[in-house]
Design a protein around this ligand. Structure first.
Ligand SMILES: Nc1ncnc2c1ncn2[C@@H]1O[C@H](COP(=O)(O)OP(=O)(O)O)[C@@H](O)[C@H]1O
Ligand SMILES: [Mg+2]
Length: 209
């Protein structure tokens, strides 16, 4: 079970992690993009951190919808609308909920992933955030269906996200700015896959505490 308080702690933790990794993410984006991913994510999630204080007593759906709107309105670049879509879709399956069981979390992940894929038209191996998100969600749902606990399934999901992130290194980018580089995008880790890995790792950290 994940409580509403843990959802807030997750987003707050992710905001802190993004602040710490702002330079690192921007450096990754300087190799195959325009050197702003860390700046974009940090800007958005600093706003999210402020907003969280105003929605503490709301249901999880409302919290996630507020986060989504904040990201869409404050983050320029591809990542704002994409992360915004993830949280907007996630808000639809968590409306009026005060906590989430392991199936609810799987539904949140799945609809969020579907939304990002629809919006960005990217698939696995296009060298985007999908390469971290999709394997993580597949692994999470697999482990839950095998009867593992939410936290054990999340551990597996974070490992899958980390592998997916590393797997972006040899890929040719087929979506987003990095795709303009074609073959020259080979040999670099995708910034968005990296921030997505950090997002899932932040949730695991909160659950383990
Ligand atoms: N169509 C897409 N679908 C999914 N993710 C994408 C897409 N386009 C870009 N991304 C992700 O966005 C990241 C770049 O984000 P950011 O630098 O903030 O935006 P921008 O590319 O506009 O500068 C990429 O590393 C990639 O993971
Ligand atoms: Mg960029």
């Amino acid at each position: 079970m994940i409580t509403k308080k843990q959802i807030i702690q997750w987003l707050d933790e992710f905001a802190n992690v993004l602040a710490t990794n702002k330079e690192y993410l921007t450096e990754l984006d300087s190799a195959i993009g325009d050197a702003d991913h860390g700046i974009n994510m940090n800007r958005g999630f600093s706003k999210v951190k402020e907003k969280l204080l105003t929605v503490e007593d709301k249901d999880i759906g409302t919290i996630l919808k507020t986060i989504s709107m904040t990201l869409i309105s404050s983050v320029g670049g591809a990542s704002g609308p994409l992360y915004g879509t993830f949280f907007l879709k996630a808000s639809t399956v968590t409306a009026n909920k005060e906590d989430l069981n392991s199936k609810d979390l799987g539904d949140l992940f799945q609809i969020g992933l579907d939304g990002v894929k629809q919006r960005g038209k990217a698939n696995l191996d296009d060298k985007t955030m999908i390469d971290a998100l999709e394997p993580a969600i597949i692994r999470y749902k697999e482990k839950i269906s095998e009867g593992e606990s939410l936290i054990d399934a999340m551990k597996e999901a974070v490992t899958a996200a980390e592998n997916g992130m590393k797997n972006t290194i040899p890929l040719v980018a087929r979506k987003g700015r990095a795709s303009y580089l074609g073959e020259r995008s080979i040999g670099h880790q995708d910034p968005g896959a990296t921030s997505t890995y950090l997002m899932l790792k932040s949730l695991l950290k909160v659950l383990e505490n």
